[in-house]
Ligand binder design. Structure first.
Ligand SMILES: Nc1ncnc2c1ncn2[C@@H]1O[C@H](COP(=O)(O)OP(=O)(O)O)[C@@H](O)[C@H]1O
Ligand SMILES: [Mg+2]
Length: 261
């Protein structure tokens, strides 16, 4: 192979390498989720990693709306639920809890994973805690024993604990009411991540013990009939719906907004 041919091939290789890098950077740029430390927290908890992003701004708006919506009764205990599974309840609860904990007056927040059947919050937080809500409810642990201090100021977490044979019964017990009373005396706000409304009764049961409930709705997937049915079930249980949080929305953000943030 002649010198010139080799030089041309090398140049071509370098160009390909350069283009690959450029493509990678371009793809990276498209990700909204940015992990900026080596913690095990999931990159989708954007309020933690990137509090100035456009998405985090949406959680701030939600926080402001929630904190200012106390017309006659203060919203201290808030439930997050949805019609069906995987609509974004847990991701929303985590982002909201972090955003609330950073509000100007630095309220103390307790975030409870009350999905006793399929709680995934620990996975998103990158932590392990065996004892939690179910142990407190069945008398195997005390409330204070199972509080998990995250590395996030003003935010405390309670794991779901071992999967009990009777989740709905446990959640409906007086022990749950006592737990919430204790939580209210120690924290400014309590956020509860609950299972979905349609498949199981847990959310309606919990909804009767809280000040209000936020419904998470995944855009483009959950059918209107499902959302209506869930609202009907919550109304039957006298649960106050504070509003809906739409997830899975794609929208164009003009550059001047990025510059502003
Ligand atoms: N705001 C959002 N926009 C787009 N996708 C989301 C959003 N919130 C959550 N998701 C995605 O939805 C899926 C289910 O999220 P998760 O919070 O675990 O749901 P749930 O707790 O309702 O079962 C995940 O793949 C997550 O990445
Ligand atoms: Mg969940």
């Amino acid at each position: 192979m002649g010198k010139i041919t080799r030089a041309l091939m090398k140049a071509a290789e370098e160009r390909i390498e350069h283009m690959e890098k450029a493509i990678q950077i371009k793809e990276y740029d498209q990700f909204v989720a940015r992990k900026m430390d080596n913690s095990l927290i999931d990159a989708r908890i954007i309020a933690y990693f990137d509090p100035k992003s456009v998405i985090s701004e949406q959680y701030k708006i939600l926080t402001t709306n929630l904190l200012s919506s106390n017309n006659n009764k203060p919203m201290k205990v808030i439930l997050l639920t949805s019609s069906i599974h995987s609509e974004g309840k847990t991701i929303t609860s985590l982002n909201l809890a972090i955003t609330m904990s950073r509000a100007v007056h630095k309220p103390k927040i307790l975030l409870i994973d009350a999905d006793l059947r399929k709680g995934k919050m620990m996975r998103y937080l990158g932590i392990k805690q065996e004892k939690g809500l179910s142990e407190v409810l069945n008398g195997q642990a005390s409330f204070k024993d199972v509080l998990f201090n995250l590395d996030i100021d003003h935010l405390t977490f309670m794991a779901p604990g071992a999967v009990p044979p009777n989740p709905a019964e446990l959640l409906a017990s007086d022990a749950m009411k006592e737990l919430l009373n204790e939580a209210k005396s120690m924290f400014d706000y309590v956020l509860i991540d609950a299972p979905p409304v349609i498949p199981v009764t847990d959310a309606v049961i919990l909804g009767g013990m809280v000040d209000g409930s936020l419904m998470v709705v995944q855009a483009g997937r959950t059918q209107r009939g499902m959302v209506d049915r869930a609202a009907e079930l919550l109304h039957q249980g006298h649960v106050k719906i504070l509003g809906h949080v739409l997830t899975g929305i794609e929208y164009f953000v003009p550059e001047y907004i990025y510059r502003y943030l």
